[in-house]
Ligand binder design. Structure first.
Ligand code: SF4
Ligand code: SF4
Ligand code: SF4
Length: 478
């Protein structure tokens, strides 16, 4: 199976099953396109069928000289011999009984505060109140959560804990104490905690910044971009925008952060379909590690992204990709999370098996210790999995989450992105289809476009190397 696309003047051929990416000229692009109509996936080494070669020459003879087409066909044969074109489909081999798959917990999202000092209009947390249960996590519950993670992590050494909310800085003393507890448990167990925090920035001060820079492997700073965009969706509870309070704090934070990881992360909605301008705005503010995600929202929400918004949104990714290349060439690069695709490592089979990991490897913990598949499901009792004291009780729901991956989903079977995608967002699938094991089609369109952009960027920056192309492995080897 191949996927071909032209983006920003680059003619790209992705050989889906081998993962090989070829940036070619128009003629070779056309030749491969014609061959693809006639050649099945091949076990190598195998010769291109004579009939397919002849018919390709005939189909393109009005456009190119026959001798040139023959040269392209020979080149195509070389790629087949290398296993980089029309490679055999190994996908089906990986389809197993996913419910039987044993999983370990690798990361927790600790809802350290179900409370917030902002009132974002798209807030999954009901503006931090989580549908009436405003609450802070106690130190004791936090310790039980870390112990639960250690006990359920199997042989895995590196464990991730994200301090999340609401707004974690509203319960900062507990955050500090839990990091200390985690460091103590590391010594006792040989595990290693990688702590991260997601904050809206309102209460950031030097003390918290220094603590984060010492202890947090990554910090996610929430901001939606341009002032008018941010302030429309991220106001204070009494009204009034948050941009002017937050931006200087984030700039100060990033200055002190040095080379350590951080992301400025935003959410875009149908109110700012021109979100590329918001990402570029981040870069203009001096931030260089950026992320912008489509809103997760019920379809009836006025700000939810609709199918008719897609053409404009996809165009924005193209626009952003061109700016990404331009700035990289000018020596003022920025990173955009979705364009940072490592083609040489290829897709991570383990990650694809887990999907985003929600419900299996990644769990959300409420302030009182209940476990949910991820923050988007908190408060929906159907998805209550158990709690940090007694462990997971609702294994039926957990089994369903094991099916949230590209190998188990029908829609992913014929999708070219299946080796790069983690299987989409279960929460969005639930919102749009009433089941977590479908694929959220709007998200899929965006995902496929982002992958195309990421590949094109690599071609444009002269970064498609010999090593590009993965060999999918049997997941049981992971
Ligand atoms: S900062 Fe986060 S928790 Fe607070 S209202 Fe906004 S989205 Fe909700
Ligand atoms: S983009 Fe959608 S259909 Fe394609 S692999 Fe990802 S979840 Fe599946
Ligand atoms: S289900 Fe969606 S919102 Fe939840 S962790 Fe996965 S990608 Fe994120």
């Amino acid at each position: 199976m191949i996927h071909q696309f032209i983006n920003n003047g680059y003619y790209i051929v992705l050989d889906v099953n081998s993962g090989a990416v070829h940036s070619v000229d128009e003629e070779m692009y056309d030749v491969i396109g014609e061959l693809a109509k006639r050649v099945p996936d091949m076990a190598r080494p195998e010769k291109l069928p004579e009939g397919a070669r002849r018919e390709t020459v005939e189909a393109l003879s009005g456009k190119y000289p026959a001798g040139e087409i023959a040269e392209c066909l020979d080149e195509a044969q070389e790629l087949v011999d290398l296993g980089e074109l029309f490679a055999a489909d190994v996908y089906q081999r990986f389809v197993t009984d996913f419910k039987k798959r044993k999983t370990v917990v690798k990361s927790l999202c600790l809802h350290i505060a179900h409370d917030c000092n902002l009132a974002c209009r798209y807030c999954f947390a009901d503006e931090g109140e989580y549908h009436g249960r405003r609450s802070l996590m106690s130190y004791e519950v936090g310790c039980q959560a870390l112990d639960f993670l250690i006990a359920n992590s199997g042989h895995r050494t590196n464990l991730e804990v994200d301090f999340f909310g609401g707004e974690p800085t509203l319960n900062w003393k507990v955050v500090e104490d839990l990091v200390a507890y985690g460091r103590k448990r590391e010594k006792e167990t040989g595990k290693h905690f990688r702590f991260t925090v997601t904050t809206n920035g309102v209460l950031l001060d030097d003390e918290k910044i220094d603590f984060c820079n010492r202890e947090m492997s990554n910090v996610v700073l929430s901001l939606d971009g341009r002032r008018e965009v941010n302030d429309r969706m991220r106001p204070f509870p009494g009204g009034g925008g948050s941009y002017d309070v937050i931006v200087p704090k984030f700039q100060h934070f990033v200055e002190r952060r040095g080379k350590k990881d951080y992301f400025v992360r935003g959410t875009f909605t149908r109110y700012n379909k021109d979100f590329a301008a918001d990402v570029i705005h981040y870069a203009d503010l001096g931030f260089d590690k950026l992320s912008m995600e489509p809103v997760v929202a019920p379809p009836e929400a006025p700000y939810a992204i609709r199918e008719e918004d897609l053409p404009e949104i996809l165009e924005q990714y193209d626009l952003l990709a061109r700016e990404y290349i331009k700035r990289a060439k000018e020596g003022r690069p920025f990173k955009f999370f979705h364009f940072m695709m490592d083609l040489s490592q290829g897709p991570c089979v383990a990650k694809r098996l887990a999907g985003c990991g929600s419900g299996t490897e990644y769990l959300a913990v409420t302030p009182w210790g209940d476990l949910y598949p991820c923050h988007q499901f908190v408060g929906n009792e159907k998805f209550l999995l158990g709690n940090v004291r007694d462990g997971i009780k609702n294994t039926e729901i957990q089994d369903e989450f094991k099916l949230c991956n590209v190998y188990a989903k029908e829609k992913c079977r014929d999708c070219y992105a299946r080796f790069y995608c983690s299987g989409g967002c279960a929460a969005n699938s639930w919102n749009f289809h009433g089941t977590i094991t479908d694929a959220y089609d709007i998200g899929c369109e965006m995902q496929r476009k982002r992958i195309e952009c990421a590949i094109m960027i690599r071609a444009a920056l002269g970064d498609l190397g010999q090593d590009d192309g993965y060999r999918p492995k049997d997941p049981s080897e992971e």
